[in-house]
Write a protein that binds this ligand. Structure first.
Ligand SMILES: Cc1ncc(COP(=O)(O)O)c(C=O)c1O
Length: 385
């Protein structure tokens, strides 16, 4: 199998799997219990919080564990709006993940004004537009650090500076950026930041929200005393233990992984551009997180390519996994100005820790053949921009 969908999810790192299976066998205690088996689990959670906080330059007390990146995104926006009842506007971008897009749509129904900042052809947000959109009613700006479909990196430091001058909070969804580039809350200057374990070779169903000390925010789930009463519910203890181990491995391998994945992705990109005619690379050439490649194959339906590759056990995606089947055209590709038929011909390949040179070589043998064959039988016109 050649897995090229690491932006959708990553395989569990063996060290993480080992840590989790050990944990689940040894620790069943409730971290809220005062006797030793509970206290031990509490201690493990505290250590996990420390590891995760340190990896993004935060304090331990600034990390709240959640059930996912999606929950962290919901919490950041809804929690801060709850705490600022005198404000009823938010700003986000046109290319956010559905976790933000659908939260914004829900808030619009409740009477909140949402501004969706447009992006240029590479997927970079328009800072002038953003600046002009801020009003005294703006509670929070939420812009992702890097985009899941294109990999394009956003100028978060600049956005934070603009927001700070106007007294507006900044949230960034760093779910994709984490592990692929530097994520540091102080360099970024953000007040809130979302993370998810399953994009960094950790378990699914656990994430975290960074909340800068002093940020006015209301709890997201009401109940017991867990997570400083901000997010009640008995903790996903094994998930949290796995999350911290994934961060530990990531920190240890960071530079080595980044260099190798970047090199592999560039090999693959160059090979595709050389071997396949009439392709369009989507996203920024340089200002892009490592490992993400998005190509349009003129005249084809992406789904046909995906299925043909799948018969060879090569797994890629057509747009973000969460929107698979849910929408015809990716809102991200639409926002960068692709015509619907070009957007529908787009494939995302996202490389990760376990991909090899052999994988890239195989894809470069198989993909051109598939594209050629499909083009021969395709009824669609090849209509380049
Ligand atoms: C940018 C971004 N934000 C949020 C999420 C959602 O994270 P989770 O799957 O942990 O809910 C994803 C996952 O695809 C993502 O890519």
């Amino acid at each position: 199998m050649i897995y090229l969908d690491n932006n959708a999810t990553t395989p569990l790192d063996p060290a993480v799997a080992e840590k989790m299976s050990q944990f689940i066998k040894e620790h069943f205690g409730n971290p809220s219990s005062l006797y030793p088996i509970g206290r031990k689990v509490k201690e493990i959670i505290t250590e996990a919080r420390e590891v995760i906080a340190k990896s993004i330059g935060a304090l331990r007390t600034e990390i709240i564990f959640t059930s996912s990146g999606t929950e962290a995104d919901n919490f950041a926006i809804r929690g801060t709006l709850d705490a600022l009842p005198e404000k009823n506007e938010i700003i986000t971008s046109a290319i956010e993940h559905p976790a933000i897009m659908n939260t914004a749509a829900y808030l619009e129904k409740k009477g909140v004004k949402v501004t969706y900042v447009p992006v240029d052809e590479y997927g970079t947000v328009d800072l002038d537009y953003l600046k002009k959109a801020i009003t005294p009613q703006t509670a929070i700006i939420s812009i992702m650090q890097a985009n899941n479909e294109l990999g394009t990196i956003q100028p978060i430091e600049k956005i934070s500076k603009i927001a700070k001058e106007r007294g507006v909070l900044v949230h960034t969804d760093a779910v994709q950026a984490f592990g692929k580039m530097d994520v540091n809350v102080n360099k970024l200057g953000v007040d809130l930041l979302s993370l998810s374990a399953h994009k960094i070779y950790g378990p699914k169903g656990v994430g975290a929200l960074y909340i800068r000390k002093g940020t006015d925010i209301w709890p997201f789930i009401y109940g017991g005393h867990q997570e400083r009463e901000m997010r009640a519910g008995t903790e996903n203890t094994v998930g949290i233990a796995g999350f911290a181990e994934a961060v530990r491995v990531m920190t240890e391998r960071k530079d080595k992984d980044k260099k190798r994945i970047a090199k592999l992705a560039e090999q693959l990109k160059k090979g595709i551009e050389e071997k396949i005619p009439q392709v369009k690379f989507n996203g920024h050439e340089t200002n892009r997180m490592i490992g993400t490649l998005n190509f349009s194959f003129y005249g084809l339906e992406a789904e046909a390519i995906l299925l043909a590759l799948a018969t060879k056990e090569i797994y890629v995606s057509t747009g973000s996994a969460c929107s698979e089947g849910a929408e015809e055209v990716s809102h991200v590709l639409e926002a960068i100005g692709l015509r619907p038929e070009v957007a529908r011909s787009s494939i995302r390949m996202s490389l990760g820790r376990f991909n090899t040179e052999e994988d890239a070589k195989t894809v470069l043998e198989v993909l051109p053949e598939i594209v050629n064959r499909l083009r021969e039988i395709s009824a669609l016109d090849i209509d380049e921009d």
